[in-house]
Design a protein around this ligand. Structure first.
Ligand code: SF4
Length: 466
């Protein structure tokens, strides 16, 4: 049987400006789920292809020979996933199966667009579903107990560009911030053994990959295990040019860990700083103090580990001033990149429940649930003002002088990437301003209309982003 897996990308992410920014932000890659399921199906005798739409639009007429199409959903790509699923089922008569984070939360919604929906982790049931031995419309899959038993992703199945291998050394996170989806989808927190991770890295070294991303939500959650993996990477010469990972500020308290991270070239990390307001950090249950954030900035600079600082915009205790303070802080510590994330009430999270109860969700079109668009009524400003602050943060952080600093601190390649992001940020703002002038079916127009027009924070004549 021929099976095609697709990870769709929302309209905005298939836009050429977004793709340009993405090419400076990081390396092209593919989420591991479909590549692992693909290997399991290939070993069971099936023919498999995998596509990441983020890098190349998928045309249904190019996969006419598929018997079954598996579509991976996150909330931000759900609208596009349903669109593709409807076309493939209705026009091309394909059998469509939906899986992933979004339909795991909304299986009934997913079933309106698919023959079957998988809720949870599919590794142990995928063959039976594909071969028709499991006939339920909604299939509940329990979490995989022993992650070492899962086969490694098969990159030979991938038909879209890729130059970084993704490795998931654990699933879930022992913390539970109120807005986080992955710590809830991948529950409970489970870890692979260091030896199993090392075997996978050996495979990527042999395949010639220069870049690796550790996809774990929190690679350094268990510092003893993280250090063992890093030591083995160094001993076995499994050091890549650059390895990206997600961490928490608490990694800065362990200097031995920082030395190993530097020596194993885990030299680009995304950390959720979230806010420089302690009340906000407590509200989201981050279990993080302002001192932890300051120390992380200082220690990462000392070990020359490039920081992607993620801040959340629109928390209930944050004002415009708090948001701007956080952005200024990331500039002061010479963060390599800024990831401003508009607070987003993802379904299945305590934040979603709170906003539903308070009737503060104003937009329910899933394609806007991408942390770049405001979909709720903030407490301390209008929706339009918060949207404007997102662009203000990008514009204020990405500057020519900031790029020059990065050249000096991290060298030519890092400086060029930062310069590229500055150019993309400028293009992006112009593009979004043009979009906001279109009245019908445009989220910016809708946000403006939803905001209180008597407020002094709204521009008088037109609604250009500040
Ligand atoms: S620390 Fe990060 S991964 Fe863990 S729950 Fe919080 S946001 Fe999610």
């Amino acid at each position: 049987m021929k099976i095609v897996f697709i990870t769709p990308a929302a309209d905005i992410r298939r836009n050429s400006i977004y793709r340009l920014g993405g090419s400076f932000y990081g390396q092209k890659n593919s989420i591991t789920g479909p590549l692992i399921l693909g290997r399991i199906l290939k070993e069971a005798g099936h023919d498999v292809e995998v596509y990441e739409e983020l890098y190349k639009d998928l045309k249904p007429e190019n996969i006419l020979d598929a018997d079954t199409v598996g579509i991976y959903t996150m909330t931000s790509n759900a609208t596009r996933a349903y669109e593709l699923a409807d076309i493939l089922r209705n026009e091309y008569k394909k059998r469509v199966i939906l899986g992933g984070m979004h339909v795991s939360g909304f299986p009934e919604e997913g079933l309106k667009h698919a023959d079957q929906v998988i809720v949870g982790e599919a590794e142990n049931i995928i063959v039976d579903i594909i071969e028709g031995n499991i006939k339920e419309k909604i299939v509940y899959a329990p979490p995989v107990k022993d992650l070492d038993k899962i086969p490694f992703p098969d990159y030979s199945l991938l038909k879209t560009p890729c130059n970084a291998a993704n490795v998931m050394t654990s699933r879930g996170c022992p913390f539970s911030c109120i807005f986080c989806t992955t710590s809830r989808m991948f529950y409970p927190y489970r870890q692979r053994t260091p030896d199993n991770v090392i075997k996978e890295l050996e495979m990527y070294k042999k395949m010639g990959f220069k870049y690796v991303n550790f996809e774990d939500d929190n690679f350094t959650a268990n510092k003893i295990r993280a250090k063992e993996i890093l030591r083995k990477m160094i001993e076995n010469k499994l050091v890549f040019k650059e390895t990206f990972f997600f961490g928490r500020t608490d990694l800065a308290n362990d200097e031995e860990l920082l030395v190993l991270l530097r020596d194993a070239h885990l030299n680009r990390v995304l950390i959720g700083i979230e806010s420089l307001n302690q009340k906000s950090l407590d509200y989201i249950d981050k279990k993080q103090k302002i001192e932890d954030i300051e120390k992380a900035g200082e220690m990462l600079a000392k070990y020359k580990i490039k920081l992607i600082a993620s801040i959340v915009l629109g928390l209930d205790y944050d004002t415009v001033e708090d948001i701007r303070n956080s952005v200024e802080f990331t500039k002061k510590i010479n963060a390599y990149q800024l990831q401003p994330a508009v607070l987003t009430p993802y379904p299945g999270t305590p934040l979603y429940e709170q906003f539903e109860k308070e009737d503060r969700i104003i937009i329910k079109d899933w394609q806007y649930y991408d942390m770049m668009n405001v979909v709720f009524q903030p407490k301390n400003m209008s929706p339009w003002k918060l949207q404007s602050e997102f662009f203000h943060a990008v514009k204020s952080f990405y500057s020519f002088s900031g790029a020059m600093k990065i050249f000096k601190l991290f060298g030519f390649e890092a400086g060029m990437r930062r310069l590229g992001l500055w150019i993309a940020a400028n293009f992006g703002k112009t593009f979004f301003n043009k979009q906001s002038e279109k009245e019908n079916g445009n989220i910016y127009h809708e946000l403006y209309e939803l905001s209180d027009s008597s407020s002094s924070e709204l521009p008088k004549s037109s609604f250009k982003l500040s």
